[in-house]
Design a protein around this ligand. Structure first.
Ligand code: HDD
Length: 733
């Protein structure tokens, strides 16, 4: 073999007939962002737009590599050395700049909600809120740019998406009257009633301080120690143990503002409201088994789902709505204390009134610049939206501003492009770390005459934010909660009573798993006593799973009235955006495949063709090597998808039958699809494939037929119910 022969095997060297993949060497300007990735047009703190003809300020610009000062560089791969084999010289300022910058690339991650994903969009007001609030973005026809960040709470930045946890749902509205942040969660109640407890609940839920275990989950002693002692957490914990703790997608999550807010109408009248985001795709969750699988096979599952949907043009949408309650001196509604963030107002008592539609249509251009640096704050309010005296909200108003100063390196984080308001800023705030603005004038104080008295105060007529003059009752200073805050169980009982049997079964299993991970007997026993206050069967079944005696009696007071709106089941949801895996093989009829794909796209479904070894990405999106059932909401067996020509014969005993050589990856995929109660359709030899996989071809949620498009239609009907719930074993009494 000659030297020339070996060269063709070098990485980057094409063999004869292969396309060349080389680093381009011709200088040319950087590629512009894709058209659908346009970030909102920011306005700088001085009121000047940072966009000029050369593109966004501080973006990568020009064709040549430079240092941070813009000086062009001839090389960035070699340190400056005394000869090719000699020592590196201290005078290498390029090396020092490059490494020093790299050393400081990371900023502190958020102390909670560190793991997240986000997107840009627009909020379009229906005008229905115009009589409730004078906020301009709620006026009829108003269109307001938004940026939404979804997150888990407990895990660090690199943790998995599908852990059991509460999800953050934070929305930044760039309104003409300033930024309004709605910083909510996917669960409408909170663990604690007073912000002073926040460090306690977070310390308890975070990994053990000695071992830093476990990551991103509550299944450990310190969490259950805290929530069993601190029973105001019971309601939220029950939601966490329900399917709400493992959402199918960010796109299928509800969002809640949790606290009661006060809206101020144009005529000065006020109402108390709770904010809701209702997903157009419906509210869906994973099964626990799916969540576990995905944690290993695709820890970025939710992030990827959001990104892919937006890239595909399947823009996620939520309706923003409010429950409206009269603003009475008691600040209660139907006996519910509206200042208690562990309480909901059942939707049957106060229906959610839709105010507008949010559409997320653009992915971030740069994750760090936008998703990591976005800074939310419940105190970012606009005229017409005011706070109440919920003690949890009061503490948050302090905490969020404070945390950004550490996280984003100083008090000027509002100047970071993603945080910039779209309203003119003239704030007289000056200097500080990372000050980007070049302020003019000599008098950043008021009153002044030297800058002509500028800037001027606005009145209500000039859209100033004026706190509602809410009367403060005469009282003594105390460290106490009102008596109404002592009710820790009645609403947990409503939630439990509102769940369908299969949802209750999932809750029981979740408690059994979490407590099974606890090693302290006292923690388990105390939690069982808490569960007994919610429901006797819940307590008894968890106790049985743990091998413990159930505490005596159900101490709860009377049956709870269910709130049907709390269950995710029993409704038909839109199928748009749901994924259908089409499992193909060498004998799949291309015409049938094409017809099904077209029909799926016409129904706004997302068809993903799976082939044994992949193929042209336009035709085949997944291979048996990469596809897992967890990616699909339903699957179609397109004729005879197996065996693959070179498939390993199935080792699994269940694979005996007509398809003795059913590809084991396909058998696994079908088995999981069945186990996770997803619809399965098929035509041609699909029945044999199911039999070979050991699955009943006449079982619930299996649609076999001769017309592929009709099969797809029936599968889509099943998708409207999300899962084939009959597949789950009926709960034991
Ligand atoms: Fe919080 C972040 C939601 C109570 C202190 N919180 C944070 C985020 C969300 C929430 C969605 C992530 C925002 C983002 O994506 O950047 N938090 C809530 C909700 C609460 C709540 C719905 C109760 C109703 N939070 C809460 C309390 C405190 C905090 C009581 C402190 C007293 N939260 C913070 C924080 C974070 C935060 C430490 C971490 C990163 C950040 O603020 O920017 O300040």
């Amino acid at each position: 073999m000659t030297a020339d022969d070996t060269r063709s095997d070098l990485p980057g060297e094409p063999s004869a007939g292969q396309p060349t993949v080389e680093e381009p060497v011709e200088p040319r300007p950087p590629l512009p962002p894709k058209p659908d990735q346009a970030a909102p047009e920011p306005v700088s703190a001085t009121g000047r737009g940072p966009q000029d003809d050369s593109g966004p300020v501080r973006a990568q610009d020009g064709a040549y590599l430079t240092n941070a000062q813009g000086t062009r560089l001839p090389d960035s791969d070699h340190s400056l050395k005394a000869g090719p084999r000699g020592p590196v010289l201290l005078q290498d300022h390029h090396l020092r700049e490059k490494i020093t910058h790299f050393d400081h690339e990371r900023i502190p991650e958020r102390v909670v909600h560190a793991r997240g994903a986000a997107a840009h969009g627009v909020f379009e007001s229906y005008g229905a809120g115009a009589g409730l609030s004078k906020a301009g973005f709620l006026a009829a026809g108003a269109r307001t740019p938004v940026f939404v960040r979804f997150s888990t709470v407990l895990g660090s930045r690199g943790s998995a998406d599908t852990v059991r946890d509460t999800r953050g749902f934070a929305t930044k509205f760039y309104t003409d009257e300033g930024v309004f942040d709605l910083v909510g969660n996917n669960i409408p109640v909170f663990f604690i009633q007073d912000a002073i407890k926040f460090p306690d609940v977070v310390h308890a839920a975070k990994p053990h301080p000695d071992r830093e275990i476990p990551q991103a989950q509550s299944a450990h002693d310190t969490f259950w120690d805290f929530v069993s002692l601190h029973t105001e957490a019971t309601h939220h914990t029950l939601w966490n143990m329900s399917d709400r703790g493992i959402p199918r997608s960010y796109r299928t999550m509800e969002g809640f503002g949790i606290h009661t807010f006060r809206l101020v109408a144009p005529d000065g009248s006020t109402s108390l409201v709770k904010w809701h985001w209702k997903p157009k795709l419906g509210v869906h969750s994973l099964t626990w088994d799916e969540a576990q699988l995905i944690g290993g096979t695709d820890p970025d599952y939710h992030r990827r789902d959001l990104y892919d949907a937006i890239e595909a043009g399947a823009y996620p949408q939520w309706e923003l709505g409010v429950q409206v309650m009269p603003d009475t001196p008691e600040q209660t509604f139907e006996g519910i204390d509206l200042l208690d963030p562990t309480k909901i107002v059942p939707e049957e008592l106060a229906p959610v009134q839709p105010l507008g539609l949010m559409t997320l249509h653009a992915n971030p251009t740069n994750f760090f610049a936008e998703v990591e640096q976005v800074a939310f704050h419940p105190g970012h309010l606009v005229p017409g939206i005011d706070i109440t005296d919920d003690p949890l909200l009061s503490g948050r108003l302090f905490s969020y501003l404070d945390t950004q100063i550490t996280r984003l390196g100083g008090p000027n984080f509002a100047q970071i492009p993603i945080n910039r308001t779209h309203a003119p800023v003239n704030d007289m705030l000056r200097d500080g770390f990372h000050q980007d603005a070049v302020h003019t004038g000599v008098a950043p104080y008021k009153p002044n005459s030297l800058d002509g008295g500028c800037p001027f105060f606005a009145g209500a007529d000039e859209r100033a934010f004026i706190e509602h003059p809410q009367p403060v009752p005469a009282a003594k200073k105390v460290r106490e909660a009102p008596a109404s805050f002592d009710d820790h169980f009645s609403q947990a009982r409503i939630f439990w009573a509102s769940m369908t049997p299969v949802e209750q079964e999932h809750i029981i299993n979740a408690y059994a798993f979490e407590l099974g991970k606890c090693t302290e007997p006292a923690v388990r026993e105390r939690t069982l006593r808490v569960l007994a206050r919610i429901d006797g069967r819940l307590c008894a079944q968890v106790a049985t799973a743990l091998g413990l005696p159930a505490p005596d009696g159900d101490a709860a007071d009377g049956p709870a009235e269910p709130s049907p709106a709390l269950s995710q089941l029993g409704r038909d949801w839109p199928v748009a955006g749901r994924t259908v895996g089409i499992l193909t093989g060498p004998d799949t009829d291309p015409a049938a495949l094409d017809a099904v794909r077209r029909a799926a796209l016409a129904a706004d479904l997302v068809p993903l063709v799976v082939a044994p070894t992949g193929g042209d990405p336009a035709e085949v999106q997944r291979s048996f090597a990469t596809a897992r059932s967890t990616e699909f909401d339903a699957v179609l067996l397109a004729g005879a998808p197996a065996p693959a020509p070179d498939a390993t014969p199935a080792r699994d005993a269940r694979a005996a039958g007509p398809h003795t050589a059913l590809d084991p990856r396909l058998a696994l995929l079908l088995d999981e699809t069945w186990r996770h109660a997803k619809a399965i359709g098929g035509w041609g030899d699909a029945r044999e494939a199911l039999t070979a996989a050991g699955l009943p071809s006449d079982g619930p949620g299996v649609v076999l037929g001769t017309d592929p498009v009709q099969v797809l239609r029936e599968v889509a009907d099943l998708l409207a119910g999300h899962r084939v719930w009959d597949r789950f074993p009926p709960p034991t009494a």
